[in-house]
Each structure stands twice: as structure tokens, then as C-alpha cells.
Design a protein around this ligand. Structure first.
Ligand SMILES: [Fe+2]
Length: 153
């Protein structure tokens, strides 16, 4: 990152990199959770919604990783680390035979992501406008995801 680009970030860069790595872990786990759910669900409508969501989560992970790199940080290597540092609790299991229960677990995960981004958007507001812009885009899509899932219950 260039000199001026660093100067205009008014929060501790290591702190924001740490926050972004936690959100990066949440996005990868969400991606896997929805990919897995798309493979086990018996409902073809749900399958296509889950596919749309995990494809978005991949895009989100890519956007976050690009920002971490620009800030001079490193992204997580080990998937076990993702479970350890992620903000959102990974569901113990997903039961495709009980659609309502499956959707509730998935919605809870999305709601946690919305909270994570809501905290980050408040933290970066007026202090790191580039990260703020990225998170703004991400939270908008997470809110849409929650809405799509809620419509199935
Ligand atoms: Fe996402």
C-alpha cells in the first residue's frame, strides 16, 4: 500500500487486518456450509438458493483477501485456523431431512455475518473509506441472503 493510502487509514492497520481475517474465516466457513447444504438438500429450489449464496461468499472472501493484501497483511493458510478465529459458531450438524431446522441453522450463520459486518462498518466509518466501501457491498448481499432464506420458512 502506498504512503498516502496508509496515511488516510485512521485506525490501527494490524487491528483492521485482524478483524478482516476473522471475517475472511467466517466467509470461507459460510461458503463451505452452503456448498455442503446445496449437496445434501432434497429440495431443488433450495439447492439453487444455496448455490447462489456460496458463490457470493466466494466473491466476498476474494474481496476481503484483496483488502487484507493491500493493507500489508497475510490471509489465513490453515482451515483449522478459520474455525478457531471465526466470529460465527459453525453448526454442529446440518440435518437435510428436517428442512426447517436446516434453514434455521443456516439463517443463524448469516445473521452472525450481518452482525460482524455491521460492527466493521461502524468501526471503519469515516476512518478507512476503502474497507468501509467493501463491507457496505458485503453487508447488503448478506442481508439479501437472509431475506431469501427467511422466505423459505
Ligand atoms: Fe458472504
Amino acid at each position: 500500500m502506498g504512503k498516502k493510502a496508509r496515511e488516510i487509514v485512521e485506525i490501527s492497520v494490524p487491528e483492521i487486518v485482524n478483524d478482516l481475517n476473522k471475517a475472511y474465516a467466517d466467509e470461507w466457513l459460510s461458503l463451505y456450509l452452503f456448498w455442503y447444504s446445496s449437496r445434501i438438500t432434497l429440495n431443488t429450489n433450495l439447492k439453487s438458493i444455496f448455490e447462489k449464496i456460496y458463490q457470493r461468499d466466494l466473491k466476498h472472501a476474494e474481496l476481503i483477501s484483496a483488502r487484507i493484501k493491500t493493507l500489508g497483511g497475510s490471509i489465513i493458510y490453515n482451515p483449522a485456523e478459520m474455525i478457531r478465529i471465526g466470529n460465527c459458531k459453525y453448526p454442529d450438524s446440518i440435518n437435510a431431512k428436517n428442512e426447517k431446522e436446516m434453514l434455521e441453522s443456516l439463517i443463524n450463520y448469516k445473521r452472525c455475518l450481518i452482525e460482524v459486518f455491521n460492527r466493521l462498518i461502524k468501526k471503519t466509518h469515516g476512518k478507512d473509506f476503502v474497507t468501509y466501501g467493501i463491507i457496505q457491498e458485503l453487508i447488503k448481499e448478506e442481508i439479501e441472503d437472509e431475506d431469501m432464506l427467511e422466505n423459505f420458512i
